[in-house]
Design a protein. Structure first.
Length: 469
């Protein structure tokens, strides 16, 4: 249970909703189910706080660095609560908190500066950068703190204020994070609101919001964009992925098997840029399937607070049902579960780590984002066939190529339709690099300087080189 008071209290009206522990499926706490008038008040506070927050970059940077220190110091409070509501192993929760603090420090140091325009005219022109105003950040349940910081760190560094809404499946650690950050940030600069729908839809369409940044499903992303259009707010949408891993015929299967397995199964497969389908050359296909199946059979699955657990539960009942549905459909379509393929017979939302072989390429577990501990492995005849299959969905977040000849692997990576391509690893991101998808995987760019500029607008000043009479 959190020991700090959540930001802005529990809500005056007292309406609350239950929060479940995915390792047991039982209620262990609750959170405020906030009303529209409370959301309006939060946006109003953000607008008032923006006036002072945007004015002094040096003061902002100092406050954000202090916030990073506060997050780091609160790790022992935050990590168990994050594991309790999200399900991931405790070590991964600590890693998520460390990433949150690191991202705050990274953006605190970024300065957009100004830039002169030289175009031959006797006019001195300069591009300066201004903040947008209150930003709405709407965050999913798989990495509640890390994805929240990916939104609020650049927004705050740019001089904006933020109203942050976490998923109703994982509100508690985010509220505690807000309380921690409030020790370093001025009041109203970052406000946490919690509640069930239509709270998120109201926030996305709120006339006081100038930028909406959202991570979640494609249908919800479309609805967010439609809501933001009412006030012509800027939108940044990260809408998930169905990342392919293409194994070349010179790949060292045993040498890459551990990395490939964890690229698919980290956080129980609940990672937008996880490997979600593997294409292996027919000659190596049995070896690839067996190597992955051995690891799936041996990994320890259990509650995240158990130090022996390497994989936790699926986060929530609707997502578990989705994983079960896609797996059952694949088996009905003729796929074979080399290992797993079923829910575990224990309390909570546990699904056996599953490797599927001989999956029809049109099965939903291949064409859609399963977002769980299930990995289809598909054979290919020619490399062109594998690349066409990898590119053959509506997603375009990430992909990877695995092989010994790095020049050849890079040439294959260059043919993949995605925002990021890795060679012999997957889903590793630097804070300094852009992160963006193509096709239905998103709109806009996060990460690095691009993430900062996405929260700014250009302001151009022209003046004559000499005073005019």
């Amino acid at each position: 249970m959190p020991t700090r008071q959540p930001v802005h209290g529990p809500g005056a009206h007292g309406r609350r909703f239950a929060v479940l522990d995915p390792a047991t499926g039982e209620v262990f706490d609750d959170a405020p189910d906030q009303r529209p008038d409370e959301l309006d008040a939060a946006v109003d506070r953000a607008h008032e706080a923006w006036r002072g927050w945007r004015a002094d970059r040096a003061a902002r940077a100092g406050a954000i660095l202090a916030a990073a220190d506060a997050v780091e110091a609160a790790g022992a409070e935050l990590a168990p609560l994050l594991t309790r509501e999200q399900g991931k192993p405790l070590a991964e929760s600590y890693a998520e908190i460390a990433r949150t603090a690191a991202r705050l420090r990274y953006f605190a140091e970024l300065d957009p500066g100004s830039r002169p325009i030289t175009d031959g005219r006797p006019v001195r022109s300069e591009i300066r950068w201004r903040s947008l105003g209150p930003v709405a950040a709407i965050v999913p349940w798989n990495f509640p703190l890390q994805l929240a910081s990916a939104k609020f760190a650049p927004a705050l560094a740019a001089g904006n204020t933020v109203v942050l809404k976490p998923s109703p499946f994982t509100p508690l650690a985010t509220r505690l994070l807000g309380s921690v950050l409030a020790t370093a940030l001025p009041e109203g600069v970052l406000t946490i609101v919690t509640g069930r729908e239509p709270l998120g839809a109201r926030l996305a369409s709120h006339p006081g919001i100038r930028h909406v940044t959202f991570t979640g499903s494609i249908p919800t992303g479309r609805a967010v964009a439609e809501g933001a259009a009412a006030s012509l707010s800027r939108v940044t949408l990260e809408l998930g992925g169905n990342d392919a891993a293409v194994l070349l015929d010179d790949v060292d299967v045993e040498g890459i098997a551990d990395r490939l397995f964890w690229a698919a199964f980290r956080n129980c497969g609940q990672v937008c840029m996880a490997v979600k389908r593997v294409y292996a050359p027919a000659r190596l296909y049995p070896q690839v399937v067996e190597a992955l199946a051995q690891r799936a059979k041996s990994v320890v699955v259990g509650a995240g607070l158990d130090p022996d657990s390497r994989l936790g539960p699926v986060n929530n009942a609707p997502q578990l049902a989705r994983v079960e549905r896609y797996t059952s459909q694949a088996l009905a379509d003729g796929a074979r579960a080399v290992t797993g393929g079923h829910r575990l017979d224990r309390p909570g939302y546990f699904f056996a780590p599953t490797i599927l072989a001989h999956v029809p390429p049109g099965s939903p577990v291949v064409t859609e984002e399963q977002f769980g501990p299930v990995l289809p492995v598909l054979p290919y005849g020619s490399l062109d066939e594998a690349i066409e299959a990898a590119n053959g969905t509506g997603f375009g977040l990430g992909a990877s190529v695995w092989g010994t000849d790095l020049d050849r692997a890079e040439a294959v990576a260059d043919r993949l339709e995605c925002g990021t391509a890795w060679i012999n690893h997957h889903a590793e991101l630097s804070l300094a690099q852009p992160f963006a998808g193509i096709k239905e995987s998103g709109v806009g760019v996060a990460g690095g300087p691009w993430g900062l500029y996405g929260n700014l607008r250009p302001f151009v000043v022209h003046r004559p080189e000499e005073a005019r009479p």
